[in-house]
Design a protein around this ligand. Structure first.
Ligand code: NI
Ligand code: MN
Length: 225
């Protein structure tokens, strides 16, 4: 499994030739100008919640590629109305896709579209393939529900928001890492705008002090899991 950081909370995950884009917010990100959404390949677009900084480019990428939107019922309905196919899910549910098993997890946050319309409840995802299992937390607070994840699976990597203000910050993400029993963390949802700027060195050192590995990728950089 290859994970490419596309900036903010946007990811490209490649599993045996299947391309999964997560929460695409690229054209609105000043720091991601070098990423061309028209050259992105996508078979699926996973959407954790309806906020603009997670869905801005979803419609364009779906229309370019024919990718299916996988998200909560409300968000999938929203894209259905725009002529885009989707797979609706909800919290606690799992589905076996061709790339692996996807489960929708709880997240504590809000979810509305840019026009204020209802975007269902925010979520995260657990993605289990034959070889590796990852957790994509979405925008969330630290929550006791994270303790349920190790009951379901053993994580090889967790992707956690660390920018604070709108989501967990570094200290709470370290607690989350304990709750989910995973010491290999890819940080996201940081630095995009003023509210969520972090000191990279301090963040990595704080995780290291707890024997945890915080990975921070440059935009466009990849990680093999
Ligand atoms: Ni959000
Ligand atoms: Mn966000």
């Amino acid at each position: 499994m290859k994970i490419t950081f596309l900036g903010h909370a946007s990811l490209l995950i490649e599993i045996d030739g299947i391309n999964i884009v997560v929460d695409p917010f690229i054209t609105g990100n000043e720091k991601a100008k070098h990423i061309d959404i028209n050259s992105l390949k996508a078979d699926y677009i996973l959407v954790t919640h309806a906020h603009q900084d997670h869905v801005l480019d979803a419609e364009k990428i779906a229309k370019n590629t024919g990718a299916k939107i996988v998200s909560n019922f409300e968000i999938v309905n929203h894209y259905n109305a725009l002529g885009i196919e989707g797979h609706p899910m909800n919290h606690g549910g799992s589905w076996q896709f061709d790339f692996g098993k996807l489960s929708m997890t709880n997240a504590i946050h809000t979810s509305s579209f840019a026009d204020g319309s209802y975007g269902g409840s925010p979520a995260g995802f657990i993605l289990e393939t034959a070889k590796k299992t990852i957790y994509i937390a979405g925008d969330t607070a630290l929550t006791m529900d994270m303790k349920l994840i190790p009951l379901q699976c053993k994580l090889d990597l967790a992707i956690l928001p660390i920018g604070d203000n709108f989501t967990m910050g570094i200290d709470t993400a370290i607690h989350a890492s304990d709750f989910i029993e995973c010491n290999k963390i890819l940080g996201y949802h940081f630095d995009t705008f003023g509210y969520i700027e972090i000191n990279h060195k301090d963040a990595i050192a704080k995780f290291k002090a707890k024997n945890k590995n915080l990975i921070l990728l440059n935009i466009g950089e990849s990680l093999e899991v």
